[in-house]
Design a protein around this ligand. Structure first.
Ligand SMILES: Cc1cc2nc3c(=O)[nH]c(=O)nc-3n(C[C@H](O)[C@H](O)[C@H](O)COP(=O)(O)OP(=O)(O)OC[C@H]3O[C@@H](n4cnc5c(N)ncnc54)[C@H](O)[C@@H]3O)c2cc1C
Length: 519
């Protein structure tokens, strides 16, 4: 990737800034070649040239991050912080504003664990595999909450409000205490961390006064250098309940059956109802099934489902705890479903000492879902579109039908799931495409905008956004003419008058001119 200079820089001012960075981290940790820049493009982006880093700098400590931030202010050079930069589907490691320097914190890999209380404090570079190894190798009786792409990091994922599959799967909600470098280089600790040497930093989230942790998530108000998180005590047993639903319409009653059990706390994990393509795209390629134009027709879908014994939808549910409780809970869940449907439920029991299910449900990190990018062949990718909606079967079904119709209109294969939070549903759509197929790439943008516009009419907002669409999504949160974004911009301007930290992130620009004169 060729050099795109940072805004308001020429080659010599840019080189001067990089020399200053090298003075902090050492020359070998400043990356400036074309090949280096390739590392930080949006590998899943349909236009990699739209978001390009000019260079990257990799600090080894919070002190080095502070020093770099201070220099970035002096040189008026925007930084784009990443933990491991594996945010595939949402922009990977690439910045909103081309020419930004990626602040790559993947070298910062320290882990501190409070074993008695089941909490960890991690640096940004700690990946899900790192934390898993740490816990397992030290025989620590806790499970981590990994994700479908466990190549990513514990901190980066939580800061983007990522989700996992265990009862601790709402990751930003399990964060307890942060250490943050502010845009002027100051270092703060939130919650109890604000009291020097407090042993309760990762135990009591609030401390005294306002609670700031959420303010640093999906934002550009600071750079997180340490993140506290609660881990789930290793359960005595896990009961699995899996069910295949034959018809598209089954989604509605299934949501209405699960929602009350989720609200009451009977089901503590976030059950997900996903369609047949979730499994098929990981295990096979589209050309194994179909070579025609347009979305895969229903008769081919039936053949795929038959081969893998899949419903149109599959429900995966897990119950964790002592056996008396998991058994009793599973009985209630099964009886509740039996009152509504004849579909059989597959029930499994895991006990301590048995081999664990090789899935994030069982605290095991995985990366095999990345294979779904190969569905269309070529250099595959996906873009994520994930609005949040109320927990209603009718509304979920209508949302599905609208979205499904759009997939058909654009000739794309439907890849969607509905995950139940405690009071809402997140409708995760992975728009799979082949980056080498020009015709397909040309319409991904139009397709995404159509999905967004449909959801916005219903007043459903995205829970998380790809860098290309952050302004658009922010604009859809429009109460009182975008009052929330005026507040965000005021805060940004106050904290970061030079626009150093991730300008444009989540549609927050502060004093930085908006990209492309966007909204
Ligand atoms: C097949 C597949 C499956 C996936 N499954 C899941 C899943 O189950 N759950 C899920 O949540 N996601 C999933 N993802 C999305 C994504 O890959 C993960 O969320 C991944 O953890 C994000 O990468 P990362 O942790 O390296 O974060 P990063 O890319 O480093 O960062 C994520 C965001 O946070 C910001 N950020 C990172 N670190 C800091 C910091 N220290 N200070 C301030 N801001 C920071 C970055 O600027 C970026 O916007 C999946 C993706 C694919 C392709």
């Amino acid at each position: 990737m060729q050099l795109v200079l940072p805004p308001n820089h020429n080659e010599s001012s840019f080189e001067a800034a990089l020399r200053a960075f090298a003075g902090v981290v050492g020359e070998r940790w400043v990356f400036t070649s074309d090949q280096d820049r390739d590392t930080y493009v949006d590998h899943y982006g349909f236009d990699v040239n739209a978001h390009v880093a000019s260079a990257a700098v990799a600090p080894a400590s919070a002190e080095e991050v502070q020093a770099i931030v201070k220099l970035a202010n002096e040189h008026k050079l925007p930084l784009w912080p990443i933990s491991r930069g594996k945010n595939f589907g949402y922009g990977s490691a690439a910045p909103v504003v081309s020419g930004s320097v990626v602040l790559d914190m993947s070298r910062m890999k320290k882990i501190w664990m409070d074993v008695d209380n089941g909490t960890v404090l991690v640096e940004p570079g700690v990946g899900f595999y790192d934390l898993f190894d740490y816990v397992e190798q030290n025989n620590i009786p806790y499970w981590i909450s990994p994700i479908g792409n466990s190549w990513g990091s514990v901190a980066g994922n939580a800061l983007d409000r990522g989700v996992g599959y265990t009862p601790y799967g709402d990751h930003s909600d399990r964060v307890c205490g942060l250490e943050v470098v502010l845009p002027d280089g100051d270092l703060v600790r939130t919650g109890m961390g604000a009291m020097s040497n407090s042993e309760a930093w990762t135990l009591h989230p609030y401390g005294f006064g306002p609670h700031w942790d959420q303010m640093f998530m999906q934002s550009n108000f600071g750079i997180v250098t340490k993140l506290g998180m609660w881990l789930m005590p290793k359960p005595e047993t896990v009961v699995s309940l899996d069910m295949e639903l034959d018809k598209k319409e089954d989604l509605g009653w299934a949501i209405d059956t699960l929602a009350p059990m989720r609200r009451s706390g009977l089901i503590q994990q976030s059950p997900s109802i996903g369609n047949w393509l979730r499994a098929a795209a990981v295990l096979t390629k589209r050309t194994d099934w179909y070579n025609g134009e347009g979305a895969i027709p229903e008769d081919v879908i039936s053949a795929i489902r038959q081969r893998f014994n899949l419903g149109w939808w599959s429900i995966n549910l897990r119950i964790y705890g002592p056996e008396e409780i998991t058994n009793a809970t599973a009985n209630v869940v099964q009886n509740t479903f039996a009152a509504r449907t004849q579909y059989p439920m597959r029930r499994g029991l895991w006990r301590e000492g048995m081999p664990r299910e090789q899935q994030p449900f069982a605290g095991i990190p995985i990366t095999f879902p990345l294979a779904n990018a190969g569905w269309h062949g070529g250099r595959g990718a996906h873009v994520g579109f994930s609005p949040a909606l109320p927990q209603s079967g009718d509304k979920a079904l209508a949302q599905f039908q609208r979205t499904f119709d759009r997939y058909n209109e654009f000739g794309m294969d439907y890849h969607g799931s509905f995950a139940l939070g405690e009071r809402h549903i997140t409708n995760v759509n992975q728009v799979l495409y082949d980056r080498d197929n020009k015709a397909m790439v040309a319409q991904v943008d139009q397709f995404f905008r159509a999905l967004l516009s449909d959801a916005s009419v219903q007043r459903y907002g995205e829970y998380r956004a790809h860098i290309e669409y952050m302004d658009l999504i922010a604009q859809s949160y429009d109460f009182n003419n975008g009052a929330l974004w005026r507040l965000n911009d005021r805060l940004k301007t106050a904290l970061d008058p030079n626009g150093i930290v991730a300008p444009g992130k989540s549609g927050i620009w502060g004093s930085t001119p908006r990209r492309g004169g966007a909204v």
